[in-house]
Design a protein around this ligand. Structure first.
Ligand code: ADP
Length: 742
């Protein structure tokens, strides 16, 4: 993903997270606050509605109290107790009853919900004294004969238990006439107030029957609540007012037409005066009002029920608004961050384009080096590195161009990629002529094997010697060294070439010289040496001393010269790998004994005694007898040369613990100077000092000896102490007898 997209994505994620976080927290806080506030408002509304219902009860209560204070109430009591005549004003009971009936009638006329007002006496089984009814045809005063005994009615019993000046509301029940239910099934609320005579004895009670459902309906109509409202009492009777203005049927607790709302049951079982009930879809607020101080259980409750959605409308609106706001914020952030990300990344893109289109390590012209921000830092760092790289490359190019050897590189398929100045000199091509062409143009015999096979000379032998082809088509010998280099996942081949025309010419000259030495020098030298030897032998004791001395000197010099020539020829043969070895398994003890025997006369010349010390009876080694002879003779002659006359040279054959055969020559001579020890096996190596020069020799002996012993898989080592002597040892691998090795 590009940096630009990352910036945009980051900004959008940040905006989204903040919107969700802030919006979420605010929403839940607002929801809680709004819920509290809404419930509080609901509670206020419910309390107001409850007061209106209480008003109906209060009116009922005050009406019964007013009636109890009217004169006929006590007048009837007094006249009844005084044989039908009121002792105060002489009115008869009849007159008082008529007056009271008139008061009751006028009360019924003004109170639409009342349908019966009675004055019931406690005597005569609770017989009604005055009774006024509202009927379909109007208000009727019930005739004496129609008056009933109500002594068994619960409200009558309740009235008897009620204290003076107190009022009792009986439970709502269907109205009964003469002990049976009234066919109209009017839910009736009764208010009862006992009447005490002047002596304080209960005389009777005033009972107002109110049409309970009508009373509630009228209250609803007057206040017409906005919300779904219920009014209910402690018996579970309730009435519903729906928010669209219809008033439901009065639901009597014994006769529900449908299951009541859940809160009815909750209200009947709670002790709290106010409470909130929540169901999943709505919230209800309940307010309880005590209507009868003497009966704490009797209450009137009002419940206002509001759908949760409606209650929280403003919250949901806020949530919608914040969602829209959050969406807009994210969109804004997306657009803003897109613009900003473009602006941020534009200089980077420019920088990248500049770097991409730059050629090699040339200085980049348009880098924003002067910027003070991170892009400026990057440009400066890049510029610095480019300069360093360019300087390094210039240095490297100078080194490569100024190397004497030709240097070129190819890709895995042999296509030339670089070609240094020395190569130009060697092949006569300019670099630009060959770069991009196959390397076989320069070296036709090269094998191009692709990435696996690499680029290498086709022939397997003498891998370094190949033929080069110059621009002028001339062919010349080349020394080539190829190597494969892995750079990352890329393979390149590098080649170092050297024109060896001159070296080849020298080699030919040397070969010719050696052959000349061999034929033109050694052959006459051998015959001169033979002739001198013969002359020396012939002169015997006869010739004069001077002649003999001269002959002897010439013979010795000739021998030395012959040895030198032989050594040089051997050395050349060894260097050219032309020295042939006839390897065979030979018993070394006998061989060594024979060589020492033959060398005895030479040792004697130096006054040295050569003795054998064999630790083993026999030992077998795979070797060339003549070459071994040459090597051991060299050790023996050195030992004799560097010993003092009368000293002893010990030749030893032993078996090492690791089954190697050790042949050693130990002398008690001058020893090898410390400084010379590291050079002793070099060509023409001789320790400094007149003594050495006096002893003669070429300094090639040990060099040839070492090469010979190494050809038998052996080693030559020495131990020496100046003035004490030296021991040279051949260590050779032992062989089972008569087994030839390859
Ligand atoms: P050359 O004997 O022909 O000079 P060598 O290669 O055999 O050549 O010996 C090289 C030199 O090593 C000698 O010139 C001498 O200085 C030293 N050297 C060899 N063997 C001994 C020895 N046994 N004791 C002391 N010096 C020795």
């Amino acid at each position: 993903m590009s940096l630009k997209n990352k910036i945009v994505m980051l900004a959008c994620i940040c905006a989204l997270m903040s919107a969700l976080l802030v919006g979420g927290i605010s929403y839940y806080r607002i929801e809680a606050i709004v819920l509290d506030a809404s419930v509080e408002t609901l509670a206020g509304e419910t309390r107001l509605l409850a007061q209106r219902f209480k008003f109906s009860y209060d009116q009922l209560k005050s009406d019964v109290q007013v009636l109890s204070q009217t004169p006929p109430i006590q007048g009837i009591a007094r006249s009844t107790r005084n044989d039908g005549i009121d002792p105060q004003d002489g009115s008869s009971t009849r007159i008082w009853r008529d007056r009271l009936a008139t008061i009751f009638s006028s009360m019924l006329a003004t109170r639409q919900d009342y349908f019966q007002i009675r004055y019931i006496g406690v005597g005569d089984g609770g017989r009604e004294l005055v009774r006024t009814n509202r009927t379909a045809s109007g208000i009727e005063i019930v005739a004496d004969g129609e008056l009933q005994q109500k002594g068994n009615e619960p409200y009558f019993q309740g009235g008897l238990e009620t204290l003076q000046n107190s009022v009792r509301f009986s439970e709502v029940s269907y109205n009964k006439e003469r002990g049976t239910l009234d066919s109209t099934l009017v839910p009736t609320a009764r208010v009862v107030m006992p009447v005490f005579d002047e002596e304080g004895t209960i005389f009777g009670m005033i009972v107002i029957n109110a049409h309970y459902s009508e009373m509630l309906r009228r209250a609803f109509e007057e206040i017409s609540p906005k919300e779904n409202t219920f009014v209910l009492n402690n018996s579970g009777d309730y009435m519903e007012y729906t928010s669209n203005g219809t008033i439901g049927r009065f639901q009597f607790h014994d006769d529900y037409s449908a299951p009541p709302p859940l809160f009815v049951d909750k209200v009947l079982h709670t002790d709290l005066d106010e409470e909130t009930f929540s169901s999943g879809s709505d919230v209800s607020y309940f307010v309880r009002l005590n209507i009868d101080p003497d009966n704490p259980d009797a209450f009137l409750g009002v419940v206002v029920r509001v759908p949760y959605q409606e209650l929280m409308r403003s919250t949901f609106q806020a949530r919608r608004d914040s969602l829209v706001g959050g969406g807009l914020l994210v969109l804004g952030c997306f657009a803003g961050s897109l613009v900003m990300a473009r602006r941020f990344t534009a200089p980077l893109n420019k920088l990248t384009a500049e770097i991409k289109h730059s050629q090699g390590h040339k200085k980049l012209e348009n880098l924003p080096l002067k910027r003070g921000d991170e892009i400026g830092d990057l440009a400066r760092a890049f510029d610095q590195k480019t300069r360093e790289l360019a300087a390094n490359e210039a240095k490297l190019t100078a080194i490569v161009d100024n190397t004497v050897d030709g240097l070129f590189t190819t890709d895995a398929n042999g296509t030339i990629e670089t070609f240094n100045r020395a190569c130009e000199g060697i092949f006569g091509y300019r670099a630009e002529d060959v770069i991009g062409r196959k390397v076989t143009l320069l070296m036709p015999a090269l094998y191009l094997g692709g990435p696996e096979g690499g680029v290498r000379p086709a022939q397997t032998k003498a891998e370094r010697d190949v033929e080069g082809c110059r621009k002028d088509a001339s062919v010349f010998p080349l020394d080539l060294s190829m190597s494969k280099i892995n750079i990352g996942d890329r393979i390149i081949h590098s080649g170092i070439v050297r024109d060896i025309s001159e070296r080849k010419r020298m080699e030919i000259m040397k070969d010719e010289f050696i052959s000349t030495v061999n034929h033109e020098l050694r052959t006459p030298l051998t015959s001169i040496q033979g002739s001198l030897g013969l002359l020396l032998a012939l002169s015997g004791d006869k010739g004069d001393d001077k002649t003999r001395k001269l002959l002897k000197l010439s013979y010795d010099s000739c021998q030395r010269l012959s040895r030198l020539v032989n050594d040089i020829l051997d050395m050349e043969k060894i260097a050219a790998g032309k020295l042939d070895y006839q390897l065979e398994v030979v018993e070394v003890c006998q061989l060594v004994a024979d060589i020492v025997e033959r060398q005895q006369s030479f040792s004697e010349k130096y006054g040295v005694d050569c003795v054998l010390r064999f630790d083993v009876a026999e030992a077998y080694v795979n070797l060339d007898q003549d070459r071994f002879d040459q090597a051991l003779v060299n050790l023996l002659s050195n030992a004799a040369k560097f010993s003092e006359p009368g000293e002893r040279v010990v030749v030893r054959v032993a078996m090492n613990p690791n089954s190697d055969v050790a042949v050693s020559v130990c002398d008690c001579g001058s020893g090898i100077p410390e400084a010379f020890r590291t050079k002793i096996f070099g060509k023409f190596a001789q320790a400094d000092g007149s003594a050495t020069r006096m002893k003669g020799g070429s300094g090639l002996g040990l060099n040839i000896t070492k090469k010979i012993i190494e050809a038998f898989d052996g080693t030559v080592t020495f131990q020496s102490e100046e003035g004490v002597g030296s021991t040279f040892t051949f260590t050779l691998p032992a062989c089972p007898p008569n087994k030839m090795r390859a």
